[in-house]
Design a protein around this ligand. Structure first.
Ligand SMILES: Cc1ncc(COP(=O)(O)O)c(C=O)c1O
Length: 350
């Protein structure tokens, strides 16, 4: 059966250039700071995002956790969108391991938080009843908001609030590269609106493993210690950093193809009776869509599509998520649409 895997951009396989770079990577012990390939990657990603220093970590989840541990003391309160990946999908790491206290603010459908609501959530200092606000987190592109892209101006609005209160801003920039390509701006223009960023090489950039944190040198020195605490000090990590370097150098510009494929998928899906697609929310490589039928649920339709080889995930009872990525061509999208039409006609009431 022909398979089109649209579950996530994390399913991407490394490119031939990545495999070659991994084989040939110059290595050392990175816990001693002696892996030249890791060092090159950390410098390259910091430079690309306009920050002083970088730190290679295993995953996006570890990158966010180590960043939050570095920003927030125990009992510190961090402000998160209520749809944030950090809030939803990272196993409550900052509470479990860092004693962090999470204060959510509603995410708007466009991935933004109302700056006034963020400002309201900041605790007045000096009142012993309150936890102390220590951080504001943003996400760009926004996963649960269907890959919505925050503009430089939107991010600047949150930065202005943070500055008024002397607070740092952390960006979950797992897909900051998609955001930059979608907006036609330099990734560093987005990064300039925040203090620290976690970004992934293993999403649309197709590297097999790895993320980085970037920020000031002092922040990264402290984060390096926290990475060690969570067991993230790796030895000859240049084997995987080599693929991440190829990802940075060769895989960013092609994200425009993923965005065009997502747009095509969304526009044609919107024409098929039964699917409910809000085209305004399709801004990068993620499509989050609903159903116009009330006799079937999103998990049932997702299961029916998957059974026919079009792998997708239901993100809740009412929504399905499809993600385009390296390895998905225009022709795969057209085939997925054909199957999607057939499945919608045949999917039965449970
Ligand atoms: C926005 C966002 N942040 C963080 C992560 C976590 O990345 P990882 O799966 O590498 O831990 C993901 C994963 O999909 C994500 O979409």
């Amino acid at each position: 059966m022909r398979i089109v895997d649209l579950r996530s951009d994390t399913v991407t396989m490394p490119t031939p250039a990545m495999r070659k770079a991994m084989y040939e990577a110059e290595l050392g012990d990175d816990v001693y700071g002696e892996d030249p390939t890791v060092n090159r990657l950390e410098e390259a990603v910091a430079e690309r995002l306009g920050k002083e220093a970088g730190l290679f970590v295993v995953s996006g989840t570890m990158g966010n956790l180590v960043s939050l541990l570095t920003h927030c003391p125990r009992g510190g309160e961090l402000i998160l969108g209520d749809q944030a990946h950090i809030f939803y999908y990272e196993a409550g790491g900052i509470s479990a391991l860092g004693g962090g206290h999470v204060h959510t603010v509603p995410n708007l459908p466009n991935g933004m938080m109302d700056p006034a609501a963020v400002e309201d959530a900041i605790r007045a200092p000096g009142n012993a009843h309150f936890p102390r606000t220590c951080l504001i987190c943003l996400e760009n592109t926004h996963n649960r908001c269907g890959g919505a892209v925050l503009s430089v101006e939107q991010m600047a609005e949150i930065k202005a609030v943070a500055e008024r209160h002397g607070l740092p801003v952390h960006l979950d920039g797992a897909r900051i590269w998609n955001a930059a390509v979608a907006l036609g701006v330099a990734p560093s223009d987005l990064a300039a609106q925040v203090d620290t960023i976690q970004t992934c090489f293993s999403k649309g950039l197709a590297a097999p493993v790895g993320s980085a944190i970037v920020g000031s040198r002092a922040f990264i020195d402290e984060a390096r210690r926290n990475r060690k605490i969570v067991g993230g000090g790796m030895r000859q990590a240049g084997v995987i950093a080599a693929a991440a370097l190829v990802a940075l150098d060769e895989m960013v510009d092609r994200l425009a193809d993923d965005h065009a494929n997502a747009r095509l998928l969304a526009e044609r899906l919107a024409e098929i009776p039964g699917y409910d697609v809000d085209l305004a929310t399709v801004q990068s490589n993620i499509i989050r869509f609903g159903l116009t039928r009330s006799d079937v649920t999103a998990p049932q339709v997702a299961a029916a599509l998957t059974a026919e080889g079009i792998k997708v995930n239901a993100s809740d009872a009412a929504h399905i998520r499809a993600v385009t990525h390296y390895g998905i061509e225009r022709d795969d999208v057209l085939y997925a649409l054909e199957v999607a039409e057939r499945v919608m006609q045949s999917v039965a009431v449970a």
